[in-house]
Design a protein around this ligand. Structure first.
Ligand code: ASP
Length: 300
C-alpha cells in the first residue's frame, strides 16, 4: 500500500495481514448473500488496461456493475490519444482529473505506478504491472486455497513453469509470508529465477508429492528470447493426466490463465475434480469487488 492516506494496492509486501483477513471476510459475505449492496451509485472507476487482459479486466468490470459504479474503460491504445503520442502518465493524470473513485491499472514496466501513486490522491489498484506483481491474482489464488482447504496457513503451493517472467509468482512470494503458506518451484532452469527465493524441486513428481496445491504458469512465449522445446516441457513439467498421478486426491490444481492448452496444462485436466481454474475466476470477481468496497470505505 502506498504511504499516502489513499488505499492504493501496488504490491502485497505492505498490505497488513489484518486487511487481507478483512478482505477475505467481505468476499465470504458477498459470496453468501449473492448480491452486494449498491455502494457506488453516481461514482465512476477508471479501468485502464494498457496491456491485454480478459479475466482481470472483465472481473473488475463485473465488480463495478455489481456495486453500481460506472466503469471508464481504456483498452490498449486504440481509439485513445495514446495514438497521437500522449504519454501513459499524461493519460492517467488526465483520467484522474475526471475524479474517478479509483484507478485500476494494467501496464508494463514503462509506467511507474509507485511514482504515480505519490503524485495523485486517487487510489491505484495494480491489475498486473510488468513483471513486478499482480496482487489481485495472488489474493484470489489464496482465497481459493482457503475456500477449498480450510486455511492458507500451512499449505504447500508448488508453482510450476515460467516463474522468471511471472508477476503472479512474484506476488505469491510476498503473500505467502503474510498468510503462512509455503511456496516451492519446479521447472526448467531457463524458466526459474537466477536466485530462487525458495525451495526448488528437481522433478515435477517430487514437487507434486510435497504439495497441497499446485499452480501451472503460462509459458510466456512473448517474453522468451531463446526457444525452449515445448514438447520437452510438456513431457517433463506439463499438467497431463499422467504427470498429475503423483498429486494427492485432496490437492488443488490451479492456473491463473490464459492457458496454453497442451503445453502447461492439458484440456482433460480441466475436468479433473481437483482443478479449480474456473473457480479461481469466480473468486476473482469476489476479491476485486471486495477490494473496491474496501477502497470506497477507506475513502470515506
Ligand atoms: N493473467 C496473468 C497475468 O496477467 C498470467 C499470464 O498472463 O500468464 O500475469
Amino acid at each position: 500500500m502506498s504511504s499516502r492516506k489513499n488505499f492504493s494496492i501496488l504490491d502485497l509486501r505492505s498490505l497488513e495481514k489484518t486487511k487481507i483477513d478483512f478482505l477475505f471476510s467481505i468476499a465470504d459475505s458477498v459470496a453468501a448473500s449473492k448480491s452486494a449492496p449498491i455502494q457506488g451509485f453516481g461514482k465512476t472507476g477508471a479501468l485502464l488496461f494498457f496491456e491485454a487482459s480478459t479475466r482481470t479486466r472483465m472481473s473488475f468490470e463485473t465488480a463495478c456493475a455489481r456495486l453500481g459504479i460506472h466503469p471508464l474503460r481504456l483498452d490498449g491504445s486504440a481509439g485513445s490519444s495514446l495514438e497521437k503520442g500522449e504519454t501513459l502518465e499524461d493519460t492517467v493524470l488526465n483520467v484522474e482529473a475526471m475524479k474517478p473513485a479509483f484507478l485500476v491499472i494494467r501496464c508494463g514496466d514503462d509506467l511507474d505506478l509507485k511514482d504515480l501513486s505519490e503524485k495523485i490522491s486517487t487510489p491505484i489498484l495494480n491489475a498486473g504491472w510488468g513483471k513486478k506483481g499482480h496482487p489481485t491474482q495472488a489474493l484470489l489464488d489464496a482465497y481459493t486455497l482457503r475456500k477449498h482447504l480450510g486455511t492458507c496457513s500451512g499449505q504447500k503451493l508448488l508453482i510450476v513453469g515460467d516463474v522468471r517472467h511471472s508477476r503472479v509468482a512474484a506476488s505469491h512470494f510476498e503473500l505467502a509470508e503474510k498468510l503462512g503458506y509455503e511456496v516451492a518451484l519446479c521447472g526448467p532452469k531457463e524458466f526459474l529465477p537466477a536466485q530462487p527465493p525458495c525451495r526448488v524441486f528437481a522433478t515435477l513428481k517430487e514437487g507434486l508429492q510435497w504439495s497441497t496445491a499446485t499452480m501451472a504458469l503460462r509459458v510466456q512465449l512473448e517474453r522468451h528470447e531463446n526457444k525452449y522445446s515445448l514438447a520437452d516441457y510438456r513431457d517433463q513439467y506439463g499438467f497431463t493426466a499422467k504427470n498429475l498421478q503423483s498429486l494427492s486426491d485432496q490437492a488443488l490444481i490451479m492456473h491463473p490463465g490464459p492457458i496454453n492448452q497442451g503445453i502447461e496444462l492439458d484440456s482433460d485436466v480441466l475436468k479433473d475434480p481437483r482443478c479449480k481454474v474456473l473457480d479461481q475466476v469466480s473468486n476473482g470477481v469476489l476479491i476485486r469487488q471486495s477490494l473496491i468496497q474496501m477502497t470506497l470505505k477507506e475513502g470515506e
